[in-house]
Design a protein around this ligand. Structure first.
Ligand code: DGJ
Length: 725
């Protein structure tokens, strides 16, 4: 059984294929974490309850005894505020008396097969009940009546656990949640590196690794979205852990709003990590009987190194997070109008794109920004989601008919959570944008954020979208979001609930997205936020693919895609070949092939030679689609570690074929490149489809491949396919 309750020891044991996790109901019903690590058979480990070492100012519960136990040095399962645990707390609830002391103790529990969803929020799911088991632990603060449910779901075969909490007010007075994190993990040492993904627009998700130090360290977003600057992903890796070896804990928050992931190392050299909604500018009022659900956090533990952590996340997201028709169905190869035309297009030009694209084998035309209102540049019309008939005479029907006649599907762009001050919508509803009293809100890209925390606002946008999507044959929607949220407030929220705004905004976004995917289940939905500014697991619950970055330079994309692949699979990474870059089409295609492949250029401007390259890329896209989307990724040479080149490998689940890509970022005069492959069956024989050579998986993994004479000049690259001989 993946979840066991040992009645004698009063412990819960949660097992996955790669980890064990033990929770203890201690004296006075304190909930402690005794273990999270590699699988062990025991349901209890003695001597883990107390970590006190000369902590002279730590406080004790008099009943349990000062030397034996103090919350400040105990491995708390869910550390709360103000009751003698002085580390960063996962929960603080202000009660009717005005204090925020929160002290929860075990009351009861329930174990069952399957996994419940979270009302109104995205989360991972089970395909059938036998795939996962769930433990609910109920804990209560006897003084304030705050009741907490700690949810743990164990996906035992794939090395994943998910966690979240529900906070309920069982008292007869209102209370206010000041902070509520989705997970809290207390580890007995601090011998880890903290790995996170930082960046900005055009440079998303660069990998950063630093040793933990005493005190607080962490990452956050206060931008209203998960954002370009930090991703809601953190790993703790042993100092010597690398792609292939070592202990790694990976954490990813299924949330698209303000988040925080903090690690604190204390005087005992132990580590507490918490991850959840950012408490800055957050608060939530609970009336008697009401509850609040935190977002879900995904936890992975492996001894197989950072590479194996990534593969566990990838398999899990492909199987238990992404959903809907396009989860397993081959997605159409698209061409997007943005970099080809920006705002300068009309029906004729788009039909021309479609005609030329068809000859290349492209399957869908996406009309990006600029089709609605009076949108001829980015200064106006967001919120006016009706067709600009000056550009598209007769509306979308004649355009789509002609595109379909060429055999291409048709996609469209939206930015539903935005409003231009110069729009009909704004003139009609000058209080529908996000703002606070007495301040002119900051403007970004000439636009305000629309207050989608309000139902009336959402209904209006939804009705406009519904009209276009139901009256036209639209196969794809790109959902964009092109600024961060400042001056955060909603005209409808009273002063004592203003801190609820950011979370309500994200719930509103989820609601709109949910309406889209449930009303139009056949539409393929791609998320985007000024490139990859909202690349998080929550968005993957609605859109199986996300535009990874506006930066399509293949060399710069190496860093972005290596970083993104830390936890997100290739099937989710929108990656397009575009024009106007220094590097040749071969390399553009080889890099973009590691993702949901497409084009972002004027196909009429391709030279004859480029046309042939593109046709070959399209052929390969179809041939290797399953391998790329559902194979296992091995990052062989990281651009973050090697100034000259990057290499990666994608191996089929059956290990009967794989592809190896090598990109030279900077040439060397005397290269000596031996690449050791990974993840193969050592006993199988593999044929190199380029040279015809046959050799064993053992040789390829142990002796490696010499690659001195391929793709050795700056900007060159090669892809070598291998199949079982
Ligand atoms: C930002 C996106 O990342 C681009 O791909 C494009 O859709 C523009 N917005 C359109 O305004």
């Amino acid at each position: 059984m993946p979840i066991i309750y040992d009645e004698k020891k009063r412990t819960f044991k949660l097992d996955t294929a790669t980890s064990s996790y033990i929770i203890k109901i201690y004296e006075e019903n304190y909930l402690l974490n005794l273990y999270y690590g590699a699988p062990i058979p025991e349901t209890y480990i003695s001597g883990r309850e107390c970590r006190q070492r000369n902590a002279s100012f730590s406080l004790a519960n008099s009943v349990i005894g000062e030397r034996a136990f103090t919350p400040d040095t105990a491995p708390m399962e869910y550390g709360c505020n103000g009751a003698a645990d002085f580390r960063i707390s996962a929960l603080a609830v202000r009660n009717i008396n005005g204090d925020s002391v929160t002290d929860i103790r075990y009351v009861d529990h329930k174990i069952y097969a399957g996994k419940p969803g979270i009302p109104g929020q995205p989360s991972s799911y089970v395909n059938n009940e036998s795939e996962a088991d769930t433990l609910e632990i109920y804990a209560e603060d006897a003084v304030t009546g705050v009741r907490v449910t700690l949810y743990y779901t164990v996906f035992s075969s794939c090395g994943v656990m998910t966690r979240r909490v529900r906070v309920e007010n069982t008292s007869s007075f209102c209370c206010d949640i000041e902070r509520v994190f989705s997970l809290c993990v207390d580890l007995p040492t601090m011998d880890y590196d903290f790995i996170s993904l930082y960046g900005l627009h055009y440079k998303e998700r660069y990998v950063e690794r630093r040793p933990l130090a005493h005190g607080l360290q962490g990452i956050e977003s206060k931008r209203g979205v998960s954002g370009h600057c930090q991703n809601p992903f953190v790993a703790l890796a042993e100092h010597n852990a690398d792609e292939r070896h070592g202990t790694v804990y990976g954490f990813n928050l299924v949330y698209s709003g303000n988040f925080s992931a903090l690690a604190e190392c204390d005087f005992n050299h132990s580590t507490r990590l918490i991850m959840g909604i950012n408490p800055v500018d957050f608060g939530w009022r609970l009336a008697p009987g009401e509850y609040f659900d935190s977002p879900e956090a995904v936890m992975v533990f492996t001894e197989g190194g950072i590479g194996e952590m990534s593969r566990i996340f990838h398999r899990f997201y492909n199987t238990n997070l992404i959903r809907g028709r396009w989860k397993n169905q081959k997605r159409p190869l698209l061409i997007n109008s943005w970099e080809a035309a920006f705002f300068d297009f009309d029906t004729e030009k788009l039909v021309d794109f479609a005609k030329t694209a068809k000859q290349l084998g492209i399957e869908m035309l996406v009309m990006d920004d600029g089709w609605f209102g009076r949108r001829n540049n980015d200064t106006c019309s967001l919120g006016d989601w009706f067709v600009n008939e000056e550009k598209l005479p007769g509306g979308l029907v004649p355009l789509i008919e002609q595109v379909n006649k060429e055999g291409l599907k048709f996609g469209i762009w939206y930015e539903p959570e935005m409003i231009s001050p110069d729009s009909e919508l704004f003139r009609k509803h000058p209080d529908w944008h996000v703002h606070v009293a007495g301040r002119e809100p900051m403007i970004g890209r000439h636009q305000y954020v629309l207050d989608v925390s309000r139902e009336d606002v959402r209904d209006n946008i939804w009705q406009q979208m519904y009209k276009v999507l139901s009256e036209n044959k639209i196969d794809y929607v790109k959902w964009d979001f092109n600024r961060n949220i400042s001056d955060a407030g909603s005209a409808l929220l009273p002063a004592d609930r203003k801190k609820e705004f950011f979370h309500r905004f994200i719930l509103g976004t989820y609601d709109l997205m949910n309406r889209l995917v449930t009303t139009f289940p056949d539409i393929l939905f791609e998320n985007c936020s000024g490139g990859g500014g909202r690349f998080d697991p929550a968005m993957l619950c609605y859109s199986p693919q996300i535009w990874t970055s506006d930066n399509t330079d293949p060399i710069e994309r190496l860093y972005i895609q290596f970083g993104t692949s830390m936890c997100y699979p290739a099937s989710t990474m929108g990656a397009h070949v575009s024009a106007n870059r220094r590097t040749g089409y071969e390399t553009k295609g080889n890099v973009a092939m590691w993702g949901t492949f497409g084009y972002e250029l004027d196909p009429r401007k391709l030279t004859e030679q480029e046309v042939e390259i593109v046709k070959e890329q399209v052929r390969r896209y179809h041939e290797y689609y399953d391998l790329i989307h559902y194979g296992d990724l091995y990052r062989l040479i990281s651009p973050f570690d090697n100034p000259y080149r990057a290499a990666w490998q994608i191996v089929s689940q059956e290990k009967d074929c794989f592809m190896l890509t090598l990109v030279t970022m900077r040439s060397e005069l005397y290269p000596n490149i031996i690449v050791k492959l990974q993840g193969l069956d050592p006993k199988k024989q593999y044929r190199n489809e380029t040279t015809g050579d046959i050799c064993s998986g053992a040789l390829l993994m142990n002796a490696g491949l010499v690659l001195n004479n391929v793709a050795s000049r700056t900007g060159e690259s090669c892809v070598i396919y291998f199949t079982e001989a």
